[in-house]
Design a protein around this ligand. Structure first.
Ligand code: PSU
Ligand code: MN
Length: 307
């Protein structure tokens, strides 16, 4: 089931062969999404949350040109320390990095591809990329959305954050047939905040309900991903006005400095962290842990269904 070009760790391989639950985790959030050393601490803690909830974590990256599913703590430390000097790889970059034997951190899009090739169906992250504000001029739409349209992996996230155009992101997902589920909520979570005033497609109230939906979708040959949005717990959320003003300022600076393309998301994330004096980073860490927990529970239900 695992593609021969994929390198798996012993624990991930054993779990996959035995049909045990496995949760994929991305690495761009480590290299480009958070500062060192909190990024490494978070990546290891997120793995532990997956284990504590009954699944095996598989942090994913490309190492020496090899698509690698199940990084060692040393490899996580290496990517975290190198930070922005690691290549951020999305779908379009994979062939080049593999062919030239380089290292790279995988985004949601490329992590989905590697998870799929390894036979992992559930993936936990913080937030996905989406349609950027001003996309009608820049045409900046994250490859994450197109990947959700075509690759059979459920992505657990805390919504898409307000650096994006959320209504357009939902429109894109609707056009491409990607179900947007709200875990215990009808309201689309806003990453740093539990709600946005926008509606998800369907509310789901248990991991078992999500597993049954996945089984129905993929069992019927409806290709593509599912977005499971999991609101940040209220005690860790940011006050909305505070986060909104930091986002507005970061967006204005990006525009003034002409930041574009793949640099855009890392620039905005780093500025929002600085402008909130690190408070948004604390929220970010808690919500990823919360998503890891839910993803593990979903993976356990899938394993139970034998789906
Ligand atoms: N959103 C976050 N944290 C992140 C990212 C997005 O809250 O770390 C990362 C993910 O790896 C995501 C990528 O796949 O940014 C999207 O980048 P782009 O917008 O360039 O597609
Ligand atoms: Mn982009």
């Amino acid at each position: 089931m695992t593609h021969p070009m994929i390198e798996t760790s012993d624990s991930v391989r054993a779990a996959l062969e035995a049909g045990k639950p496995v949760v994929a985790l991305e690495s761009t959030i480590i290299s480009h999404g958070m500062p060192y050393p909190r990024n490494v601490e978070t990546a290891l803690s997120v793995e532990q949350h997956v284990r504590d909830n009954g699944a095996v974590p598989a942090t994913i990256a490309v190492i020496g040109g090899k698509p690698t599913v199940g990084l060692t703590p040393d490899q996580i430390e290496y990517l975290g320390k190198k930070g922005l000097n690691v290549t951020k790889i999305s779908r379009r970059d994979l062939p080049q990095i593999m062919a030239t034997g380089q290292d790279g951190a995988t985004t949601v899009a490329s992590t989905m591809i590697l998870a799929d090739r390894a036979g992992i169906r559930v993936f936990a992250t913080g937030g996905i990329g989406g349609v950027h504000r001003g996309a009608e001029r820049s045409m900046d739409v994250s490859a994450d959305l197109q990947e959700l349209a075509q690759t059979d992996v459920a992505v657990v996230c805390a919504g898409a954050k307000a650096i994006l155009d959320l209504p357009k992101t939902l429109e894109y997902l609707e056009t491409h047939g990607v179900p947007v589920l709200g875990y215990g909520t009808d309201d689309l979570p806003g990453f740093y905040t539990p709600d946005t005033g926008l509606q998800v497609d369907h509310r789901v109230d248990s991991p078992a309900e999500i597993a049954r939906l996945l089984q129905a979708k993929w069992g019927f040959g409806l290709r593509g991903g599912v977005l499971v949005t999991n609101p940040v717990p209220a005690e860790f959320a940011m006050p909305r006005t505070r986060i909104d003003s930091a986002v507005e300022q970061a967006l204005a600076e990006a525009e003034a400095q002409g930041v574009a393309g793949k640099e855009s998301t890392p620039f905005l994330l780093a500025r929002v962290t600085e402008l909130t004096g690190g408070d948004s980073l604390a929220t970010n860490i808690r919500l990823v842990e919360n998503n890891a927990r839910l993803a593990a529970l979903i993976a356990c239900e899938i394993a139970e269904l034998g789906a």
